[in-house]
Design a protein. Sequence first.
Length: 132
Amino acid sequence: MIITSNKATLTAKQSNTYSFISNFSNFEKLLPKERVIVKDISSENIVFEIKGMATIGMTVIERQNDKLVVAESSGKNPFPFKLSIFVTETDLGSEAYLEFDGEVNSFLKMMVETPLTNFFNSLVSELEKQAL
């Protein structure tokens, strides 16, 4: 299952957006505080619990200069996945979006696709609000 988020439009330069998003310590600022509890966080890893759902762990596995950060599931997760964060330069600053690639069976896909899409869209919406 592949989910692509909306694009965040930022006035920050591509390098600033990339620096922010490639450090998972900053990821906590994007998570909805009313629904998510961060259990462990560093520049390379994050473990958080979505209330009433699951605990999610991710580890950065790849970084490409100012363009791409790739994380994959780590620890106990409901299913394996990769999360790619793309950052591009624009005339006015930068854009960023998320692409989720999860190994989800068709039954589970029906249950999680909409909540995950909303979750990823809320992350990029919060990214737009950050003063980078």
